[in-house]
Design a protein around this ligand. Structure first.
Ligand code: FES
Length: 164
């Protein structure tokens, strides 16, 4: 808005080039509004972090046992009740995709690297104030009020995901 106001003060003849030049950042922003990646090489039990709109997105390749356990949690135990099946794509429950930003005060939780602590529920642990998330990214313990958010995404092939 500030730039547009600035250009408005310049004579019409002088506006043409600066206006076109100002379009370039807009195109860059558009390109970043989606993130696409092939996650096929991520082994079971491991995770990869993608960047989407300046935020980390955690992609974890869950084991069959983790998927089963996440699906069996009693909704009554959850602070922010949500079934695991509502947080993954049908037929792709082995892949959990969540925004890696703690819902307490915005730290990036630990649990992506094999050496990271994963908290009491084997998901992620936010060391800032001690929030524990489970293998579905749901808040289980600590001050965070809500589950790790699931971004808008889709599988564009068996192993390719597009976020945004
Ligand atoms: S920011 Fe994660 S527990 Fe406070």
């Amino acid at each position: 808005m500030l730039a547009a106001g600035g250009f408005a003060a310049v004579g019409a003849g002088a506006m043409a080039w600066p206006f076109i030049s100002s379009m370039n950042p807009a195109r860059d922003v558009l390109a970043l509004s989606t993130t696409e990646a092939d996650i096929g090489a991520v082994p079971v039990g491991a995770a990869v972090t993608l960047m989407w709109r300046g935020k980390p997105v955690f992609v974890r390749h869950r084991s069959p046992a983790e998927v089963t356990a996440a699906g069996q949690v009693d909704m009554g135990e959850l602070r922010d009740p949500q079934a695991d099946s509502a947080r993954v794509k049908a037929g792709k429950a082995e892949w959990l995709v969540v925004i890696g930003v703690c819902t307490h005060l915005g730290c990036v939780p630990l649990g992506q690297k094999p050496t990271d602590p994963r908290g009491d529920y084997n998901g992620w642990f936010c060391p800032c104030h001690g929030s524990h998330y489970d293998t579905s990214g749901r808040i289980r313990k600590g001050p965070a009020p809500a589950n790790l958010a699931v971004p808008t995404y889709a599988f564009t092939s068996d192993t390719q995901i597009k976020i945004g």
